[in-house]
Design a protein around this ligand. Structure first.
Ligand code: F6R
Length: 218
């Protein structure tokens, strides 16, 4: 795990990795939403990179078409995509197709960026998700609904279901970068990286990936 000085350095160091990936022919990226990647997206926008040949897959999306400006598509448009020369046709969210499970989603990915939930979830693969799980619809745990309520007027407005990229396709990415911000993430990072590999801690699956980097700042 690399410990960085602050949140802005986190954005800058991970932007270097993204910038390098964008030089590949037809790069494919998996991207997270949430609080942690905001400094990364700000820095990427500042760098004014060429995204024209890039395809992105987001990790997850709520199942609720009433939430509009709380949807992860909206978040990504506002924080990154609308400031780049990405083609709309190259932007994918799980749930775009009605196929369950969607086996084609996020295949051939060069770089997958992940956040980590307080309960060890990655994307919305909650504790108990199979290490073989595919991209699918899931029920969110009470803990995750509570965590996400900070973005909604009341906890009752938080969607209870999402479509998430599965652990299996995440693990098929050539490179994985996990980002975490805040002391409250230290314990779960330690459990996930150094504890037993178990489906009760979904992020512990990353111990089996050959090319994972973890970046943390307080
Ligand atoms: C979001 C996602 C989630 C978050 C995680 C951490 O697309 O996949 O797994 O990465 O909940 O969220 P933050 O960054 O808000 O702490």
């Amino acid at each position: 795990m690399k410990v960085l000085k602050n949140y802005w350095e986190l954005g800058s160091v991970v932007s270097d990795i993204v910038e390098h990936t964008l030089t590949l022919p037809e790069p494919k990226l998996v991207l997270p939403t949430g609080s942690t990647p905001i400094s990364l997206y700000k820095e990427l926008v500042n760098r004014d990179l060429d995204w024209s040949t890039t395809t992105t897959f987001n990790l997850d999306e709520y199942v609720d078409n009433t939430i509009q400006d709380q949807s992860y598509r909206y978040f990504m448009m506002e924080n990154l995509f609308k400031h780049t020369n990405m083609y709309d046709d190259n932007i994918y969210f799980p749930g775009d197709t009605a196929v369950w499970p969607d086996l084609s989603y996020g295949t051939g990915v060069d770089l997958c960026i992940l956040g980590i939930g307080g309960n060890g979830h990655i994307a919305f693969n909650e504790p108990g998700s199979s290490f073989d799980s595919e991209t699918r619809m899931v029920d969110l745990t009470e803990e995750t609904i509570k965590d996400n309520s900070r973005f909604f007027p009341t906890i009752d407005d938080v969607p209870t279901q999402a479509v998430t990229m599965g652990l299996k396709p995440i693990m098929s990415s050539k490179k994985i970068v996990l980002i975490a911000n805040g002391k409250h993430k230290l314990n779960i990072l330690n459990v996930a990286m150094n504890g037993e590999q178990t489906e009760s801690v979904p992020a512990s699956i990353l111990q089996s990936h050959k090319n994972v980097e973890i970046y943390y700042c307080d």
